[in-house]
Design a protein around this ligand. Sequence first.
Ligand code: CP3
Length: 351
Amino acid sequence: MNFLNTLNGKITSQPPIWIMRQAGRYLPEYRRIRNTELNFIDFCLNAEKASEVTCQPIKKFNLDAAIIFSDILLVLHKLDFKVSFIENEGPKLKKLNLGEKINFSDWKKFRSDLAPVGKAINLSRAKLNKNVNSKNTPIIGFSGSPWTLFTYLTEGQSSKDFSNARKFLWSNTYRSEEVFEILVQAVIYFLEIQLDAGVNAIMLFDSWAGSIPARFRNKFIYEPTRKIVQYVRAKNASIPIICFPKSMGEGIVEFADIINPNCIAVDHLTDIEFVHRSIPKNIAIQGNIDPICLVHGGNILKREVDYLLNLISDRPYIFNLGHGILPETSQQNLTDIISYIRERKYGISNS
Ligand code: CP3
């Protein structure tokens, strides 16, 4: 319950802990199940396998929240952009060219195609309930935010400078708005499936928020995100929302002000002291540890944890990384840091 209490504004004696991409390649038991399915999308839509890997990190590390195993790009796949994952190359998909429309109307099929995600949530709940240690462990549902989805759509893959996405915005702002309307609708349906299946919190990943020209933040970050948050709150006012507007710099202040999420996840490239002093105290903070620092482990990592927990002792805080856990991370480092945090007196450094 620690996790939900923190999201609801309580400062708990120990910070709840979970890790972005906690079900992933650093776990041999994940790789074993992953290897039984060639295609990553099929893997995500296999409710039995997705629920199994959702529960793996909870069993192993007794984390304070599970995140449903899925991917933000499923939504684009089901909008007919044919996403595939090529080993060591990342995702590839059919590209939306400059000024092109998304011709999509079969929302009924979209929702039924994504129904296995709801089933995976139900199965995960049942599996977590079987163990006394995890029967109260909340499940986080999630989606990519429209801008981050738009970058994949217009680049057809991951990108470094997002020049196609930016060209699209500058060359045809009106058409961009039309595309975003469809993306907002798709995200809402994706979240609806997860809310109906009983997730306890929602996280919106805007991993490339730091790459939009600042002049477009209002139209293509704040506005679409506000609509999605409004939808979730209207549907179920008790569901807390975590937003991850990664690397937005000073924009995070306006983001917090306009969106007012329960929690902001902060990446490791953003100055945590700036965020902590600049956003309202009732908004929880999550994250900020550099994933490479967890790869390194040892006393350096403990000192970072002490620094963070001492700094953020007067607002709700959730321990997490600034981005996903890296495949080369040693499980022992994770086990060690979890025990260190759980044995540590909150707010007091014992190093
Ligand atoms: O956090 C979790 O454990 C839940 C599962 C989850 C995955 N992807 C599984 C995954 C979540 C929440 C995501 C979100 C996601 N997916 C984001 C936003 C967060 C972030 O990392 O910035 C993004 C941008 C994606 C898109 C995506 N999915 C990319 C670019 C890749 C390839 C890069 C890579 O790490 O391989 C994926 C694939 C992916 N999604 C993997 C996992 C565990 C690895 C693929 C595999 O196991 O074969």
